[in-house]
Design a protein around this ligand. Structure first.
Ligand code: PXL
Length: 430
């Protein structure tokens, strides 16, 4: 898949086309760029902005359009009327999804569009949008509504839709202490999309959001699913934001392995009564790169998923080499079954084993009492145990368990191709 980002260059790589390339790469798609303007800025100050000439703008578009099949386009900074009109003439007949992120001001205060170009933006850019994503401030400017006006979100979004955008999302439309909600106006439907608020000023979240939407649309997801996907992606990028410069934090985009595991862990801890499945030694949940050579190729939680009263809480963060025990078990499984790249450990309960058998999942076991002394001394029990269980099993086991030994807690380990497949298995067996 090829996605195109049309926008400004941000040398701090927090926003703009540099940020979009990071987002697209994290989805394993090829990112193309057409630069409309060059900014000088860092995490503290906005410097200057200079639009590119008509000639180089047109030639960039020509170069990539004549070569690549493009599956989706995101438009960010367009800066002036000349650029706006060129983009309209090149894109108006194109039949692929286009996300317009109407950038007016940078977080650090720089103006990213000329005031005189707003009316041309309304006339020539808004009609290109499959989805347009203004924040509250931008939605008012684009709908010619005074900032102080009490006009409803509905009427503001409808005005923008009348200008030609198929779907309008006003980001951060409503907010309170805990939640922040986007307001969505589709063709025949309107709704709020609330999400937990993270109180953190950052550079990049708007770009992350619109870039994730174009990926989802290009994958043929519905409007609602695309927005939900992008909202989750952006939440994670804000959660992981890092203060890499001296000023505000830059959102951090993780690779696909991180994203998939993070999403599955978030869902796992929300499973009703899941705390009952947390053993004394707590839980790790891991996801491996393809063909792992060591536990350093396997992503896991640096701490654990821990039981705290009736809640499951993630203590620690995702790092490669974060798990020793579960990752070692996965390494052994992966050698025999290379498709298996995810694993989790659960508390041993005979009920769980019965359910595994009832649901026709394959289960294998090993007996820690039979562990040879030299293995015990080397501290390679888990390697020995999983090898033994795999050897004794004719099919690929979905779960492997042992019933403990003197002073050793019994345990169940579940294996699957992806973290999401682990969740599916868990929901069947708990
Ligand atoms: O986040 C909006 C944005 C987009 N593109 C460029 C930017 C900014 C904000 O600073 O600089 C180039």
């Amino acid at each position: 898949m090829n996605l195109l980002s049309i926008g400004g260059s941000d040398p701090s790589s927090g926003a703009g086309i540099q940020s979009d390339i990071k987002t697209f790469s994290s989805f394993n798609v090829h990112g193309l760029t057409v630069i409309t303007a060059i900014t000088s800025q860092n995490t503290s100050n906005f410097g200057i902005v200079e639009p590119v000439s008509q000639k180089i703008l047109e030639d960039q578009i020509e170069s990539i359009m004549s070569d690549f099949k493009i599956d989706g386009i995101k438009i960010g900074v367009v800066y002036n009327s000349q650029i706006i009109k060129i983009l309209n003439s090149k894109l108006r007949k194109i039949k692929i999804p286009i996300v317009v992120d109407p950038v007016i001001k940078s977080t650090t205060g720089g103006m990213l569009i000329e005031k005189s170009a707003i009316s041309d933006f309304q006339k020539y850019i808004i009609p290109l949008a499959t989805i347009i994503t203004p924040n509250r401030f931008e939605s008012r400017i684009l709908s010619n509504t005074k900032i102080s006006s009490k006009k409803s979100l509905q009427s503001i979004a409808r005005k923008i839709q009348k200008m030609g955008a198929k779907n309008v999302v006003i980001t951060g439309a409503k907010t309170n202490d805990k939640k922040i909600s986007d307001f969505v106006l589709e063709k025949n439907e309107e709704y709020f999309m609330p999400v937990n608020k993270i109180n953190r000023i950052n550079h990049g979240s708007g770009c992350n959001y619109s870039a994730a939407i174009i990926f989802a649309l290009a994958k043929n997801m519905t409007i609602k699913d695309s927005l939900r996907f992008a909202q989750q992606f952006t939440q994670n990028s804000i959660k992981n934001a890092k203060k890499t410069g001296k000023g505000i934090a830059i959102t951090e985009i993780r690779d696909a392995i991180n994203q998939d595991l993070e999403e599955a862990i978030n869902k796992f801890v929300q499973i009703e009564n899941i705390y009952k499945n947390i053993p004394e030694c707590q839980i790790n949940f891991v996801y491996s790169k393809q063909k792992p050579k060591s536990i350093m190729d396997i992503l896991g939680i640096s701490g654990r998923i821990v039981k705290s009263e009736k809640e499951a809480i993630v203590a620690g963060r995702l790092i490669y080499g974060g798990s020793k025990h579960v990752a070692t078990a996965l390494l052994v499984m992966n050698k025999k079954y290379p498709k298996i790249r995810s694993a989790i450990n659960l508390k041993y309960q005979s009920d769980t084993i019965s359910k595994i058998k009832k649901t026709k999942l394959e289960v294998a076991k090993y007996d820690r009492n039979k562990e040879p002394k030299n293995v015990k001394n080397k501290g390679s029990t888990i390697e020995w145990g999983i090898k033994k269980a795999v050897k004794n099993s004719t099919k690929m086991p979905d779960a492997i368990y042992h019933t403990g030994d003197f002073g050793k807690e019994p345990m169940i380990m579940v294996f699957a191709e992806t973290p999401n497949d682990i969740l599916k298995k868990i929901l069947k067996i708990i």
